[in-house]
Ligand binder design. Structure first.
Ligand code: DQA
Length: 146
C-alpha cells in the first residue's frame, strides 16, 4: 500500500504554530508516528506552502503507483479551486484532514471547497486525524460509491 501524505501551507510550522489550536507535535513527529504505526505502508510525505506544488503532487499520483492520499490542504482548503480540480481528476481516494475542528472556528474556515471531491473529511481529532485517515484508506473499498 502506497500512501501520499500532503500537508499545505504553514503546517511545516507545527510545534511552534498556535500550539493551543494545533498542539505541540512537529510535522516530523506526526510523520514518524505514522511510519512507526503502519510498518507495512509505504508513505511519501510532502509539504508545501505553494498551491501549484500541491497540485503537482496530486497529479504525480496518476503516474506513480499510489493507492490513496491524505490531504491537509490547510488554508487552501477554503478557497483553492485548483486543488479541488486536481483531486477530482484522481481515481484513488483522497481523505481530507484538519487537526482543528474547522466547523467550530472562524466563519471562513467552516467551508471546504475540497471536501466534496474527497471520500471523507476528518476534522478536530488533533494529529490523530492523520492516522484515522490512513486507517480509512487501508479499509477503503475502491468499488464503493457514495
Ligand atoms: C487546518 C485548518 C485550516 O483552517 C488552517 O488554515 C490550517 C490548518 C487544520 O489542520 O486544522 O492551516 O487545516
Amino acid at each position: 500500500m502506497n500512501i501520499l501524505i500532503i500537508n499545505g501551507p504553514n503546517l511545516n510550522m507545527l510545534g511552534l504554530r498556535e500550539p493551543h489550536i494545533y498542539g505541540t507535535q512537529t510535522l516530523d513527529d506526526i510523520n514518524n508516528e505514522l511510519t512507526a504505526k503502519y510498518p507495512n505502508v509505504n508513505f511519501t510525505f510532502f509539504q508545501s506552502n505553494h498551491e501549484g506544488a500541491i497540485v503537482d503532487a496530486l497529479q504525480s499520483t496518476v503516474r506513480k503507483d499510489f493507492d490513496g492520499v491524505v490531504l491537509n490542504g490547510a488554508a487552501f482548503t477554503h478557497y483553492s479551486y485548483a486543488i479541488r480540480d486536481a483531486i477530482a481528476i484522481l481515481m484513488i481516494p483522497v481523505v481530507e484532514v484538519h487537526i482543528s475542528n474547522i466547523h467550530l472556528r472562524e466563519e471562513f474556515r467552516r467551508h471546504s471547497v475540497t471536501a466534496p471531491v474527497c471520500v471523507a473529511q476528518l476534522s478536530g481529532f488533533g494529529s490523530d486525524g492523520y492516522s484515522l485517515a490512513v486507517n480509512m484508506l487501508l479499509s477503503y473499498d475502491k468499488k464503493k460509491t457514495v
